[in-house]
Design a protein around this ligand. Structure first.
Ligand code: MTE
Ligand code: HPA
Ligand code: MOS
Length: 857
């Protein structure tokens, strides 16, 4: 074959013209067409050789019990069964806890949730394995099961010690406040409902290693765990992830178990092994968003400004720690949302229950913290008879203040975003019209009421575990000028691959189709962090850019010498390389020439996030590189006779910094918003009193559909560059918009509040299903409906008040240092600090003026 490939010769590349699909333009998702055609390959679509074995698990039917005996003979005798394994057959490490131990691959003695793996069946087909698994005869000795946050708090049953954050003296501030309000809020969990369930396929290699195909947000962790459970060094296991059919956090840790089981069997039988969870199994055996029961006391001045806050957050973690420590921490970091608490005491409890171990889910505890603040804002407004938006604006952070964990608020545009949104969507007029319409409806005896709410989001960007804020990439340029890109991030539908390809194309100023992104593989880029915390583009994008910069530097050095021009006069522009005014080569010609002159055209790139630091022992630092901001305004109509409602209109203004791809970012905003609406209005996880999930299929668990979308919906990007030196000054976008859906819940709350002329807190629950709205309406109208809150506030109070001396909870070591007020601290000055300084801004000649239309209409 000639080294002159089609790309090298291509007319389009020889023409001098701006490259297609630059940074800031709405290039379509790289798999858009194959997604729609159904040709995109997911793990279960990989053609498997004959002889591939399939797995299914036998599941515990008790929440907490000792397994006295397991008779698996009928399982072994079932059609197609090749092998059956239980705990004692595990060859090496048996625990796959992601951060802390506590997650055995199979039950040894005691089962701790309904659905826990008791044994695994190996059979010739998926169906045969599933059928056989039901034939086990298991004898249990039931043990008392703890199934609720209340009971766990009462028994002080925790998966991890409680954590505290403190600024000033909240108790005194509360005592001295002219107005004091107390409340509590209970939030349910949420099923991930990714379209593709958990799945793995493991192929043994001829050298004893394993090739693992999995649907995981964390290929490196799967690699490490498969290696540990099969007793192999990490280098013998390679994990490959081309794409997921959605992850939403559910595949950050909980994809690993199935890959581990496949790995063990693949090694044991030396054949390829496949396993997938059908929907109902997936819903029962995998963890969900954490349910939370939160309580607050807030002290206010007469105008509604907050003087002090005491918050107790309690998350239902399930039987094992998983990521719950970091998740409850993130809830604590976000229990201020966007509001300044001059004095604050925040406690975060990690309740252990005999239910599946809950895990990451878009927002990672942040939504549960944020909703507490938003609920409190509504509570304040309706207690004082004020417009909730005014209460929100009056308490909004201002630049120079700091959070209750010591991070200084900088570049804080939220007031601008909120007022701009309010202007754009005509908030004041519409509020007036709605007040009048509701009065008229009341006078005329109509059942319809309208509600309006405008709520902000401030979301901290960075993993709160500092180590995870690093990434790697690998860029090769082949001699035809085509570019191959690999990085540590995974694609789950969010558009990470296309954004990073845009970055690489932009660095060389070549057409986007010059760049190909290949599947994420641990043998190409090692030791990667999960694709999570919305950091995918931020960290992998910078790593890819750094790889490009290394290659570019080599080419520049060579070209300067070769053509005898200054490096500064050589430009990569418009698919070409300009050598001063001496000569112009196509990009491909320049690559050829470099190759012939023995210039390396491949490089790794590495990045670690600067400026971040958090001393957990003091509950103090700057855990986030920056905050993503946004605001949404929702209008709803409720029917007070039935509780049914419609979202009539929603306006969103979201800050994605200088967007790399506005279409992808808007897609993330829309998708996150609807998913958040699902959590707050529709999705109801129900367990029975034995700890068995009752809402275990699409038939009894309702996620939002196209019918539930706002009837009128305007999504716009707040087009402003990130002041921090992120990749092209963009901002992370994956999780923050989820919390914009608070506006819908608050609008429903507002409609119900109209029944008391906005002078009483509606006590609307979450999710605000039509049933919940109806109950809140009837309570407002004086009909008694028991509040089915599962929060026993007395228990929490006794924990708070009595605890200081008698509980492990409040052990001295765990007490935070008193965080000082704004401006007077700089976490960088902390002794023993480990932050990296921010590098100087890189000038990007290819960015300016290339931005696309930044709105959804
Ligand atoms: N978008 C799609 N389509 N599918 C997903 O699974 N996961 C969300 C968000 N957007 C998700 C998604 C979550 S939980 C996170 S943390 C981010 O994407 C991760 O990707 P990013 O860091 O590249 O934004
Ligand atoms: N977000 C998401 N995933 C994580 C985090 C986080 O802050 N920390 C550890 N895993
Ligand atoms: Mo997202 S919850 O950080 O995977």
């Amino acid at each position: 074959m000639s080294h002159h490939s089609s790309l090298f010769d291509s007319y389009s590349i020889r023409r001098v013209r701006p490259p297609k699909n630059k940074i800031g333009t709405s290039a379509k998702h790289d798999s858009a067409i194959s997604h729609v055609m159904g040709t995109a390959t997911y793990v279960d679509d990989i053609a498997k050789p004959q002889g591939t074995l399939h797995l299914a698990v036998g599941k515990s039917s008790h929440a907490h019990a000792r397994v006295l005996s397991m008779d698996l003979s009928a399982v072994r005798d079932a059609d197609g069964v090749v092998d059956v394994l239980s705990f004692k057959d595990l060859p090496a490490q048996t625990d796959i806890g992601a951060v802390f131990d506590g997650e055995p691959l199979m039950v040894d003695d005691i089962t701790e949730y309904v659905g826990q793996t008791l044994f695994v069946v190996v059979a010739s087909s998926h169906r045969a394995a599933k059928k056989a698994a039901t034939k086990a005869v298991v004898e249990y000795e039931p043990l008392p099961a703890v199934l609720s946050i209340d009971k766990a708090l009462e028994q002080e049953l925790f998966v991890r010690p409680s954590h505290f954050m403190k600024r000033g003296d909240a108790a005194t501030a509360l005592d001295n406040s002219p107005i004091r309000i107390e409340g509590h809020i209970h939030m349910r969990g949420q099923e991930h409902f990714y379209l593709e369930g958990q799945v793995s396929y493991v192929v043994p290699c001829d050298d004893g290693g394993l090739e693992v195909y999995t649907s995981s947000q964390h290929p490196s962790e799967v690699q490490q765990l498969v290696a540990e459970v099969t007793d192999l060094p990490f280098h013998a296991v390679n994990t490959v992830v081309r794409r997921m059919g959605g992850g939403f956090g559910g595949k950050e840790t909980q994809a690993a178990a199935w890959a581990c089981l496949c790995g063990i069997i693949a090694k044991r039988h030396n054949v390829p092994v496949s396993m997938r969870l059908d929907r109902q199994d997936d819903m029962v055996v995998t963890g969900k968003r954490h349910e939370f029961a939160n309580r607050y006391e807030v002290g206010l001045d007469e105008s509604g400004r907050i003087l002090g806050v005491d918050m107790q957050l309690a998350g239902l973690c399930g039987y094992a720690p998983d990521l719950s420590d970091a998740i409850v921490d993130r809830a604590m970091f976000h229990c201020d949302n966007a509001y300044y608490y001059p004095a604050a005491h925040v406690a975060g409890h990690r309740c252990k229950t005999h239910t599946v171990s809950n895990t990451a889910y878009r927002g990672f505890g942040g939504p549960q913290g944020l909703m507490t603040a938003e609920y409190m804002m509504d509570h304040i407004a309706y207690t004082l008879g004020q417009d909730p938006l005014q209460v929100r604006l009056a308490n909004l952070y201002q630049d120079g203040q700091s959070t209750h964990y010591g991070q200084t608020i900088e570049h804080f545009d939220l007031a601008t975003i909120m007022t701009k949104l309010a202007d754009d969507c005509d908030y004041d007029n519409r509020r007036q019209q709605i007040l009048e319409a509701n009065q008229k409806a009341a006078a005329e005896g109509s059942d319809k009421r309208l509600g309006l709410a405008l709520t902000p989001v401030k979301f901290g960007i960075s993993f709160t575990v500092q180590t995870l804020n690093q990434a790697g990439a690998l860029v090769h340029i082949y001699t035809d000028g085509s570019i191959h890109l690999n990085h540590g991030g995974t694609e789950m539908g969010q558009g990470l691959y296309i954004k990073i390809a845009q970055i690489v194309a932009n660095e060389f100023d070549v057409d986007l189709d010059t760049v190909k992104v290949s599947a994420t593989r641990t043998d190409k880029v090692p030791n990667t962090s999960p694709t999570a915390a919305s950091s995918g583009t931020d960290i992998n994008g910078k790593a890819a850019q750094n790889a490009c910069l290394s290659i570019k530097a080599r080419i520049l050095e060579f070209a300067a010498e070769h053509f005898d021009v200054a490096q500064e006069d050589i430009r990569f522009e418009k698919n070409h390389v300009y050598i001063g005014d001496k000569e112009t080569l196509t990009f491909a010609e320049m690559i050829q020439l470099s190759y012939q002159n023995r210039i390396s055209l491949s490089s790794t790139g590495y990045y670690k996030t600067p400026k971040i630091f958090y001393d957990r022992s003091k509950a103090w630092g700057r855990p986030f590189f920056y905050f993503a901001l946004g605001a949404a305004c929702a209008e709803v109509e409720i029917d007070t006779l039935t509780g049914e409602y419609k979202v009539l209109r929603c306006d969103v203004l979201h800050d994605a910094g200088q967007s790399i791809n506005p279409a992808i970012d808007i897609g993330q905003i829309e998708g996150g918003f609807v998913q958040g609406m699902g959590w707050l209005t529709a999705e109801e996880l129900i367990w029975n009193d034995k700890g068995k999930l009752a809402s275990d299929s699409p038939a009894n668990y309702k996620i939002p559909t196209a019918h539930d979308l706002p009837k009128q919906w305007n999504v716009k990007l707040y087009d402003r560059k990130n002041e921090e030196q992120t990749i092209y000054n963009s901002k992370a976008v994956g999780e923050p918009p989820f919390m914009l859906a608070a506006s819908v819940w608050c609008a429903l709350n507002n409609a119900v509040a109209s029944l008391s002329d906005y002078k009483k807190n509606p006590e609307l629950t979450m999710p605000a299903t039509p049933e919940a709205v109806l109950k809140a309406v009837m309570r407002m109208q004086g009909t008694s409906w028991d509040l089915t809150t599962e929060t026993d506030t007395d228990t929490i109070d006794s924990l708070v008040k009595g605890a200081e001396e008698n509980s492990d909870l409040y052990n001295e070591k765990a007490m935070p240092q008193d965080v000082r007020h704004a401006k007077d601290i700089d976490p960088k000055e902390v002794e023993g600090k480990q932050t990296d300084d921010q590098p100087n801004a890189i000038e990007h000649p290819n960015v300016a003026g290339a931005r696309g239309p930044a709105h959804s209409e």
